[in-house]
Design a protein around this ligand. Sequence first.
Ligand SMILES: [Fe+2]
Ligand SMILES: [Fe+2]
Length: 261
Amino acid sequence: MSQITVRQKNFDFPEQISRYWYGNSVFKSHFFNSITLLFPDGEQFMLRTIKRQIKQIDNPNLKEEALAFVGQEAQHAVQHEKFWQNLRQQGYTFDRYLRWLHFILFNVCETRLNIKFKLAMIAGVEHFTNVIAELTLKEELFAEAEPIMKELFEWHSAEEIEHKTVAYDVLQNVTKNYLIRLIGIIMAYTFVLSFVNLGLIMMLYQDKKLLDIKVWQEMLQFFFSKEKFLLKVFWQSLDYLNINFHPLDRDNLFLIKRVVG
Ligand SMILES: [Fe+2]
Ligand SMILES: [Fe+2]
């Protein structure tokens, strides 16, 4: 039996949510806005790939977990996309960004990549999200954020930790090739970092904050000196390079209890 629970959520993001909803920080609000723009299509790509692979999985338990993975990622995509309405009301436009993202994910990755590389890329993205989810919950990263946004990101983080083994196990079910796994995580990190930065610069530009020195000071603090977010993400991602790595090696399942019980 799968231990992964698909929870039906129905977030409602009132118009009053502040533009700088993350502790009044321009940088951190737009950084996580950018992630919110990336999630829906990113998760659709992952769930579509895993869903198509289910018939081929020869382990009944993994099959069930893969179905639950699809259910959870579909929820994440829908709930994050709801916040786009707030961003549009605040005057931001991102249709061109979304078209470009859609093209890369569905016209390039989905149609051109071999299934082994698609799964390796997805397992890499899931490792990335697992590391970030662990930081989010362990360090209460969203303590200063608007409560509804904290709830959104913490719920998402808890479910990412809950299903952290699935994409990796589906990949291992197809191939255990270390080089393919390595290429997958390089593709994953390149893709995620490129689009998060693109979205961030687009949001800051539209907000006329791109040349604001305070924003870049916040960036340096958040990434390197205070929270050390980027340093920790990279440092903690390195266990993936271990030839015998498995997502269960990271002891973080205990973190999800506070959020989803
Ligand atoms: Fe997700
Ligand atoms: Fe996930």
